[in-house]
Design a protein around this ligand. Structure first.
Ligand SMILES: Nc1ncnc2c1ncn2[C@@H]1O[C@H](COP(=O)(O)OP(=O)(O)OP(=O)(O)O)[C@@H](O)[C@H]1O
Ligand SMILES: [Mg+2]
Length: 334
């Protein structure tokens, strides 16, 4: 895919000329309901996404990603702070924002009474296209997304990857300025996932601004120009993936578990220039090292000298995973 029809559309009104997304101290607390206490799902998030960018919100389950996307797409009302999309306020200008964005949710929300093509045309008509234009636009997108064989298919008889493509097409029917995708590849097999990555890259190369959420680190690394790493409703770090790796997680992380409390001499490793940090918790030692080559050998030797063995050892090369570890002290589980 090279071009994306409709991406040439530019905002017109002055109020619509802002960055794709801006959030300032954005918050959402869901009220208590019955026995369930209130949930501070988003606790003051700042975001700035210029137009044309491919931006990712990356975080583990329950981090607050869907709630954040919900607020940016005007479906969830913030309880604090503010946010704008294309310079329009998510609360005051919700109707105008809906006209300018496309949203692809995690679950299949296609209409099962309509074929794939009809789903697209119906959406086009909803956004005011003539029947002819809606059909033409649907045809263009079906072609572009390799869905020609499925145009008359029932959206619930398609594979997950095909249905997701139809949903993306539907979200693009009105040429949205910003495309939001919530976990676009969750539950898809690896090959379908990488196919979908190609589709999304193609869209961005055609000028489409894309904001996605994902709990897959490799997805954020593969696609996003910039990411915000979120956890517990807060942004832990944001920036270009490479930049994040340099600043927050440039280290290789070596984790070793001994069969007894870790030898106390190990803490002295932290004095070395090549070692950023040493964390000891009971039998587990975690070393953040700029130069990891000798570290494991030394941990084994220190154990042997103190008469303790090693039951488990792992080494993580610098990645978003080590960024997360260094920021939270916890391993990233998705
Ligand atoms: N409608 C709601 N009412 C009450 N609590 C909610 C609601 N929606 C989400 N939450 C809670 O808010 C927190 C953040 O949820 P959210 O769905 O935004 O996270 P997420 O990062 O999208 O997670 P996942 O990766 O599982 O999709 C969670 O603790 C969740 O249980
Ligand atoms: Mg979610």
């Amino acid at each position: 895919m090279t071009a994306h029809p409709g991406s040439e559309r530019q905002p017109d009104g002055a109020a619509g000329r802002g960055p794709a997304v801006r959030a300032v101290d954005l918050q959402k607390t869901y009220p208590a309901s019955g026995p369930r206490p209130e949930v501070a799902a988003v606790q003051g998030i700042d975001l700035d996404v210029p137009r044309g960018e491919f931006f990712g919100l990356l975080g583990p389950n329950g981090a607050g990603k869907s709630t954040t996307i919900g607020m940016l797409t005007t479906l969830v009302v913030p309880t604090g702070g503010s946010a704008s999309v294309c310079g329009l306020d998510v609360v005051k200008d919700a109707v105008e924002i809906k006209r300018r964005i496309g949203v692809v949710s995690q679950n299949n929300t296609l209409d099962s009474d309509l074929t794939a093509a009809e789903n697209l045309e119906f959406r086009g008509r909803f956004f005011g296209l003539s029947a002819r234009d809606a059909r033409r636009r649907a045809d263009e997108l079906i072609e572009l997304f390799g869905l020609a064989e499925h145009r008359k298919g029932n959206p619930f008889e398609m594979s997950g990857g095909q249905a997701k493509r139809v949903m993306i097409c539907r979200a693009l029917m009105h040429g949205p300025e910003v495309l939001f995708l919530d976990e676009p590849t969750a539950g898809l097999d690896p090959q379908t996932r990488t196919n979908l990555w190609d589709v999304l890259r193609g869209l961005q190369q055609g000028g489409q601004t894309i904001v996605l959420t994902t709990h897959y680190m490799e997805e954020a690394e593969a696609l996003c120009e910039r990411v915000a790493v979120v956890d517990h409703g807060k942004v832990l770090a944001s920036g270009q993936v490479d930049e994040l790796k340099r600043t927050a997680g440039a280290d290789t992380v070596i984790t070793v578990t001994y069969d007894a409390p870790a030898p106390s001499e190990i803490k002295a490793l932290a004095d070395r220039a090549a070692i950023t940090r040493v964390e000891v918790e009971g039998a587990q030692v975690r070393v953040f090292a700029r130069e990891p080559d000798d570290v494991l050998g030394e941990l084994v030797a220190a154990g042997a000298a103190a008469g303790v063995g090693i039951t488990d050892a792992s080494q993580l090369r610098p990645s978003l995973e080590t960024v997360f570890l260094s920021l939270t002290g916890r391993e990233y589980r998705d």
